[in-house]
Design a protein around this ligand. Structure first.
Ligand SMILES: Nc1ncnc2c1ncn2[C@@H]1O[C@H](COP(=O)(O)OP(=O)(O)OP(=O)(O)O)[C@@H](O)[C@H]1O
Ligand SMILES: [Mg+2]
Length: 339
């Protein structure tokens, strides 16, 4: 179990999500193993940054955490209680306290609604405001908080009148409107200009500092992952085909990666090279194959065996366990576990 931070906020135990899909002329049934055996325990104000290539299950994990995707197997606990045992009040509190910011800002905001309508909807739904006048004040306050200013100029705009960065700030304001304890931020920075990414991350980090909001921050870029985790005392988890293969505090992960997949990701991230001198092995890792196998393929043993240059007999037969090698550093690799 990977425990992040102090206290008991949300626990995912042995979570699997399998999707059934039909493919081809014969409509054969396939199983997509989007998540497999995920064990995570979030404390109060905890931050987990998740990295991994497209299709590895990041968004599915985010949806499970936010209560929008039921696991096929496994259990979720909110403040120590299984979510299927929560009473109505507790369940509503759970759903309100974890908010999700969607991967795609273009489909996340209804193009026919103004910024006011978009932010008023959750305020009304959760009974946070009693009248429209009160809502206007609250919306202006939210716009100020996410630095979309002057707020009076933006409140009645439509999404198409906003830049990509502004859209993401509105999505962030919507998440903040219900005073959440935890935000799942699914690739919120990937759709915006590189120069604006740091600003948006800094804004989110400020909410962690000021209000103790925890995050599941999803990205496919290691450099942003490192930045976000470093400034929030977070952990970075590396996902591969539905599994967490390595997790550690950012500087430990960057300077002392143990899983061959993490090493390959680092070698492929030139932005990190700034202090790669500290990295034990700077040599590019020769992967056997570049492509990720399809998520519908069943791979016995370690799922990375098709690409791993070190794969040996047991890697094709036995699935490696995710073990704690010390200092909050977790890895699932036979090579490391044996040494
Ligand atoms: N509703 C669904 N039905 C069938 N398969 C799905 C569904 N949602 C996701 N998948 C599959 O599950 C796997 C994980 O998808 P997911 O969207 O979680 O990945 P991701 O890491 O967020 O990818 P990306 O970086 O492209 O956003 C993929 O193979 C995807 O095709
Ligand atoms: Mg995704």
């Amino acid at each position: 179990m990977i425990k992040i931070g102090e206290g008991d906020f949300l626990k995912l135990e042995n979570i699997h999500v399998h999707f059934k899909i039909r493919r081809g002329l014969l409509k054969r049934l396939f199983i997509v193993r989007a998540l497999e055996d995920i064990n995570l325990w979030f404390g109060r104000s905890s931050v987990l940054v998740v990295v991994g290539e497209s299709g590895c299950g990041k968004s599915t994990l985010g949806r499970v955490v936010a209560g929008l995707q039921s696991p096929t197997m496994g259990r979720i606990y909110y403040k120590g209680k299984p979510i299927d045992k929560l009473n109505k009040k507790e369940y509503l509190e759970y759903r309100k306290s974890i908010q999700l910011i969607h991967q795609d800002p273009y489909s996340a905001l209804n193009p026919a609604k103004t910024v006011f309508d978009i932010l008023y909807a959750p305020l009304k739904y959760w009974g946070i405001v009693k009248s429209k006048d009160e809502a206007i004040d609250k919306v202006l306050e939210l716009l100020e908080a996410v630095k979309v200013t002057p707020p009076e100029e933006y409140i009645f705009r439509y999404p198409h009148q906003l830049s990509g960065g502004e859209k993401q700030r509105i999505a962030l304001a919507r998440a903040l409107s219900v005073k959440p304890k935890f935000i799942v931020a699914d690739e919120v920075i990937s759709a915006i200009d590189v120069s604006l990414r740091i600003d948006l991350m800094n804004l989110m980090i400020d909410f962690w500092k000021k209000y103790g909001i925890g995050y599941l921050f999803i990205t496919h870029e290691l450099a942003s992952a490192r930045y976000f985790a470093e400034l929030t005392n977070g952990l970075i988890a590396v996902m591969y085909l539905g599994e967490i293969v390595e997790a550690a505090p950012p500087s430990e992960l960057i300077h002392n990666p143990l899983h061959p997949y993490t090493k390959a990701l680092i070698a492929a991230t030139p932005e990190l090279i700034l202090d790669l001198s500290k990295l034990k092995s700077t040599k590019e890792l020769p992967l056997k194959k570049v492509d990720i196998p399809s998520a519908i393929r069943e791979i016995p043993g370690c799922k990375f065996n098709t690409r791993c240059p070190y794969a040996r007999d047991e890697c094709f037969k036995i699935k490696p366990k995710l073990i704690n090698v010390g200092k909050q550093h977790f890895v699932a690799c036979h090579m490391v576990n044996a040494s």
